[in-house]
Write a protein that binds this ligand. Structure first.
Ligand code: ATP
Ligand code: MG
Length: 408
């Protein structure tokens, strides 16, 4: 579908809509970001034109969300989301509005989640259009639900997580009534799908301020609802919050999620990833970090081959961050960390994950059959190679012949 629109593309769309007699404005997150002097990640357009009218004005328009008033205008392979001013009618699933009604800009502002997210901007005359006192809250640093917070969260429980995400990202406080409303229904967060929870958590955890967000999630009762596993152990949360405090400034979502899950039993990790509709990659990464969490103690002395296998793993940097924290918590120092660094430095980078000196085909040529033994021999040979006991093909084959003899 191409990448999100730049401001210039979105403004071009607005000009075109205006020329055709429609109202059209920048809306939502991008207005907030511009007023804060941040670069927006995407520029959304809100308009009085219906999706059908938008479609007629532009050459390439995707109508996937047309029922909800959304038309995706594609210009030079960039996508501009053009949404008709709308109000969301009843929510029976706490997720999607059952239907929408096309309305004025003023009413459209009312269906948005927080005041700081509910403003419009007219880029042609440089004017902010603020029906919900968003600018005031932006200046004061407040996350406040638009309208009655109880009703707004009941419509869509995901908004509870969004409140925490924006609060963490901008260092804003959550208004008292808004926070109260979240606390009251925090337990219902599990009524929305695990995928939506994960996606929101991933966005939250990709922020360098994630540690503060996790703290906030906990204070509001949301974390316990999302991850009761952490609280099964009385010291679970304390450990998680300290670990998060140590590593989340990296803004690495997977690492931050690992701070919460890495010392849970493997079966819990599997169940959580399944509940979240997470990928196999995610599951494997989290399980691997969990499995090797305590290795910092043994890694300076472990066999070279084993060490290299850990080094070669795509999540090694993350694991190392967790190790540093584990060591500091348990010894107060970084002796092992330094020893590990020294050991890494002594290794030729080309020898961390080298091409195997011999392959299965080579072994078949010297008489081995496909099967368990062949696999075992290959692995032992590769170990010897990683341990730098063999450095060329001739020696590798010699060793293979020796092994085959032994196994007979
Ligand atoms: P980000 O920078 O994370 O994209 P954003 O504010 O742009 O932040 P989006 O999810 O892109 O967030 O949504 C765009 C706008 O749509 C929001 O600013 C808000 O006005 C509205 N919005 C999004 N999700 C919801 C929701 N669940 N309930 C009500 N309004 C929402
Ligand atoms: Mg956005």
């Amino acid at each position: 579908m191409g990448s999100s629109a730049t401001k210039a593309t979105a403004v071009g769309v607005i000009r075109r809509l205006r020329a055709a007699g429609h109202e059209a404005l920048l809306a939502g997150g991008c207005v907030r970001d511009m007023l804060m002097g941040h670069r927006a990640s995407d520029y959304d357009v809100a308009t009085s034109a219906t999706p059908q009218q938008v479609k007629r004005l532009f050459g390439h328009v995707l109508m996937i969300g047309a029922k909800f008033g959304v038309a995706m205008v594609i210009i030079n392979r960039r996508t501009v989301e053009v949404t008709t001013f709308r109000s969301d009618l009843s929510y029976s699933d706490g997720r999607h509005p059952d239907s929408v009604k096309f309305v004025s800009a003023r009413e459209d502002a009312q269906r948005r989640d927080f005041t700081i997210n509910g403003m419009f901007y007219d880029p042609l005359c440089g004017k902010v259009i603020d029906y919900i006192d968003g600018r005031k809250d932006l200046q004061a640093g407040v996350i406040r639900a638009i309208g009655d917070p109880h009703r707004r969260f009941a419509e869509d429980y995901l908004r509870m997580l969004r409140a925490v995400r924006f609060s963490g990202r901008f260092g804003f406080r959550i208004d008292r009534d808004t926070a109260k409303a979240i606390k009251r229904r925090a337990g219902r967060i599990t009524q929305i799908s695990g995928e939506r929870i994960r996606e929101e958590l991933e966005k939250m955890c990709a922020d360098a301020t994630a540690a503060a967000s996790l703290m906030q999630l906990h204070k509001l009762g949301l974390l316990e609802a999302i991850l009761p596993e952490i609280f099964a152990d009385t010291s679970g949360w304390v450990k998680v919050s300290r670990r998060a405090g140590a590593v989340t400034s990296r803004g690495d979502a997977l690492l931050t999620i690992a701070t919460m899950l890495c010392d849970l039993p493997a079966n819990d990790i599997r169940r959580i990833v399944r509940r979240w509709g997470g990928s196999n990659e995610m599951r494997k990464s989290l399980l691997w970090m969990g499995e090797h969490l305590d290795d910092w103690k043994t890694v300076p002395d472990m066999p070279l081959a084993e060490f290299k296998r850990i080094l070669a793993h795509r999540d090694f940097r993350r694991l190392e961050a967790l190790w540093r924290f584990e060591e500091r918590t348990s010894t107060g120092g970084k002796r092992y960390y330094l020893a590990i660094r020294r050991r890494i430095k002594a290794i030729d980078p080309k020898q961390i994950d080298p091409e195997p000196l011999v392959t299965g085909a080579d072994l078949k040529e010297i008489g081995l059959k496909e099967g368990a033994i062949l696999g075992r021999v290959l692995r032992r040979l590769y170990d010897a190679q990683l341990n730098e006991q063999i450095t060329n093909r001739r020696d590798a084959l010699k060793m293979a012949r020796g092994m085959v003899h032994q196994d007979k």
